[in-house]
Design a protein around this ligand. Sequence first.
Ligand SMILES: [Zn+2]
Length: 454
Amino acid sequence: MKTLLQNGTVVNADSMFEADVLVENGRIVSVKKGIVPDGAKVIDAKGMYVMPGFIDTHTHFDLDTGSAVTADNFDTGSKAAILGGTTTVLDFATQERNGTLKEALAAWHKKAQGSSCNYGFHMAIARWDAQTAAEMDDMSAAGVTSYKMYMVYNGLKVDDGQIYAALKEAKKHGALIGIHCENWEVLLRMCDEVKQSGVTGPEGHPLSRPAAIEAEAVARYMRVAELADAPAYVVHLSTAQGLLEARRARERAQTVYLETCPQYLLLTDERYLDADAAKFVMSPPLRKKDDCEALWQGLTAGDIQTIGTDHCSFTMAQKAAGKDDFTKIPNGSAGVQHRAQLIYTYGVLEGKLTLQQMVKYLSRNAALLFGMPDRGEIKEGAAADIVVWDPNAVSHITDTDHAHHCDNSPYAGFAVKGRAKDVLVNGVHAVENGVLKQSGAGKYIARGRYQRPL
Ligand SMILES: [Zn+2]
């Protein structure tokens, strides 16, 4: 089965040109002008951008936090993903404190069966010891070449020595470790202080986790990585101060990679005064306008490498569990469907990013950093994960008009331009004219060693 994308403008992270793109057996087989259809199914891409399928570096589908299970599982989450042009997600498989990495991987493979987008797993390490260290060999063999460790949360938190040791071990495997950077001990104290002051609503959430909570943790992680002589990856960076700490480490010649999220670029902590403020409760919390601007500048300058969503959706009924105590509101929000529209509208169309930078941050850098070099690029031989982007579509995001399996969106009220008109997943024409036509076309991606991003 051949598919021909005709007369579009191909946008890669490092090039942009007019060409037809021919797809066969899940691969891009030709990229040039004037390809003759020769029986291929033709998709008219005139006036459209033909981009590599977007890669979301950060999702939580079917996650049980202990007190709540995310509203989206792999079925609903992956459908929302491809409708937004995201053809691959990297979800977090999470080790149980008394379990093994292998058990966690098996559990997540089961959850992801039937996914409509491609998927890989970062492995969250909840216990660092000799057994876990030895399991990194098995993980590499199974295509897991990135890990996450948390400085926060009971049941997940590891200490600095464990991070140091894990960084050294991961380096041998060409694997990256992403760290959730917040100072847990201090933020717990601050949560108590905020509640004792009489603030129990969602507006207490940002008060208990100010920018320095993140910046201190980023600075500490940078020094631990320096001592381990290993590359450092920071997930969901949210503050100007945190970015500054990462830049300082780079000035010491350290290798540092950064991920931010649309919510830290587009939303501020004023939202915690809204009637539906609980939906904005996520960690790290929303910040100030200056932080958003610093992060945009970081993207413009190339200081930040990826934009993931941290999609972790809960219904308003689930969020209501914390109506008398903000620390009991399930943390997280929905976003996997809207990332590209938001970055296109508020990044590209506002002149902060070029189209090529959009592809770099939404796709190519993730492919390189996370060991999927044949993705994130429209070229002969690459995997046929492709988005036909209609730059002229106009819509509004609402709380309900999306494919996320929840009744809220932090971006409700945002006007967006552009949309994923057609989406190919492994060469399968899954989204046609904005409508999901083929589900279940996703595959597990066994990943290799990390490569330097653009
Ligand atoms: Zn997360």
